[in-house]
Design a protein around this ligand. Structure first.
Ligand SMILES: Cc1cc2nc3c(=O)[nH]c(=O)nc-3n(C[C@H](O)[C@H](O)[C@H](O)COP(=O)(O)OP(=O)(O)OC[C@H]3O[C@@H](n4cnc5c(N)ncnc54)[C@H](O)[C@@H]3O)c2cc1C
Length: 426
């Protein structure tokens, strides 16, 4: 007779690897972290629960990099994120304003880039350095770079539990079709978006409930030539002619707030949102000029979760930290709806005092809900990913102890690699 709990019998699990650096979650942050780590010579593993990399930036269809600038025409995110833009440009798979246009308030330029979903915020609007991109190409760039750098990628593999000894993540137990297996890393980087690794390892966390999104794309839309759709249109132009991206979901559109860490809530949201998305595509076909012959191309394969669990780490970046310079800043970001504010991101936002060999990056770093609006964006996620990967490699010189990394040297190393880390001490 099985009661309300059951004790899993002890069993021996195979150890499948002892990498220098294990990155958990292959979204934009995880890919950047793995590349930065491998580039510095670390034996780097990247595991991903789904059958593809990219996370929300891939088949989550959040195919807009908002933003790489400070809202006044100055670039503040570069490094691996810029490298992706350059490669996407090379494939003809990105649309973005050229440098001379950044910061422009010219109404024609603003309207053009707004039609791609690249202009947000209160008037007076201006042109931002933001980028619309095609997701399959984003994945191809990621796979090419991961392979070229010798990253050991394992898809269809989920972090199930961790075991810590004396504040150190000793063992990561993964689940896959192969069953339960063990990885013994020197340093772990949690880029799961949901902070699965640090939460399972005893770090302090914060979590929220959110309205889900499910963006989708439609093809065969007529009348997208020239300046494209007017302000307020419920869709964005994309890199492909006749194809639009519809940013469906959120408060007032999705049926209910959900707990993004609860599979029951997630399942209900997947099923209900999909039904509503199909109804919305029908409505667009019926009511919106140009959509009469359009078809539903694809629905996001990853539910649009803006936030879930965040680390409460060595420092919690807060609203008042805009334009503050930190001696240990390792990445920076602008704000997609605000002009002229830059958040420098301290190394302490990627670490927790309670775990000696763990770093995090991407949307689950240590920031308040307010600043999370900026630090969760894909360019910022790639910037913190790059910083975490470089830090993980640097930590190998000090036994994997991330708090003992020489942060001045890390900042210099990141900057030498093209990343923007802010002025540091002022
Ligand atoms: C509706 C919406 C609109 C947005 N709009 C924009 C925008 O216009 N521009 C912009 O720049 N940003 C936007 N964002 C934010 C941005 O898309 C995300 O915050 C960013 O992509 C997060 O990247 P990440 O790598 O941190 O997380 P994710 O992309 O979520 O990647 C995490 C990865 O980890 C994997 N994973 C999770 N748990 C495990 C586990 N236990 N084991 C193994 N793998 C695991 C996941 O499958 C996933 O691939 C938006 C977000 C949403 C939801």
């Amino acid at each position: 007779m099985i009661d309300s709990t059951w004790t899993e019998p002890e069993r021996e699990l195979p150890v499948i690897g002892r990498p220098d650096v294990l990155v958990v979650g292959a979204g934009s942050a995880g890919v950047a972290a793995a590349l930065a780590s491998a580039r510095r010579g670390a034996d780097t593993w990247l595991i991903e629960r789904l059958g593809h990399v990219g996370g929300l930036a891939g088949f989550g269809l959040i195919n807009l990099l908002l933003t790489l600038d400070d809202g006044e025409g100055t670039q503040v995110v570069a490094g691996i994120c810029q490298e992706f833009v350059d490669r996407l440009d090379g494939l003809g798979a990105a649309r973005h304003p050229e440098r001379g246009e950044w910061g422009s308030e010219d109404p024609g330029a603003v309207a053009r880039w707004r039609s791609y979903g690249l202009v947000w915020g209160a008037p007076p609007e201006n042109v931002r350095y933001s980028v619309a991109f095609e997701p399959e190409s984003f994945l191809s760039v990621a796979y090419d770079l991961l392979e070229a750098h010798g990253v050991h990628l394992r898809l269809h593999t989920s972090c199930a539990v961790t075991h810590t000894i004396d504040g150190r993540v000793e063992v990561v137990v993964v689940e896959s079709k192969a069953g339960r297996e063990v990885i013994v890393p020197t340093v772990v980087v949690d880029t799961s978006g949901d902070g699965d690794v640090f939460a399972r390892s005893g770090a302090e966390t914060e979590a929220v409930e959110v309205y889900p999104y499910q963006w989708f794309r439609m093809g065969g839309v007529a009348g997208l030539d020239g300046e494209g759709p007017a302000a307020g249109a419920p869709f964005f132009r994309t890199t492909d002619p006749g194809r639009v991206l519809v940013p469906w979901g959120g408060p007032g559109v999705a049926p209910a707030r959900i707990n993004p860490l609860d599979p029951v809530d997630l399942t209900r949201a997947e099923v209900e949102c999909r039904r509503l998305v199909i109804a919305e595509a029908d409505r667009l076909r019926r009511e919106v000029p140009g959509f009469g012959e359009a078809w539903l191309d694809d629905i996001a394969k990853q539910l649009g979760i803006t936030e879930s669990r965040r680390l409460v780490g060595g420092y919690v970046l807060g609203r008042d930290d805009g334009d503050t310079h930190f001696a240990d800043s390792v990445a920076r970001t602008g704000h997609w709806t605000k002009r002229g504010v830059v958040y420098d991101i301290p190394y302490r936002c990627l670490t927790t005092p309670v775990l000696s060999n763990l770093l995090t990056a991407g949307r689950c770093i240590s920031a308040s809900r307010y600043v999370h609006q900026a630090t969760k964006e894909i360019p910022a996620a790639m910037a913190t990913g790059e910083a975490a990967g470089a830090a993980a490699a640097a930590a190998l010189d000090v036994g994997g102890r991330v708090h003992e990394v020489d942060v001045d040297a890390l900042r210099r190393d990141l900057a030498a690699g093209g990343a923007m880390v802010g002025p540091g001490r002022t």
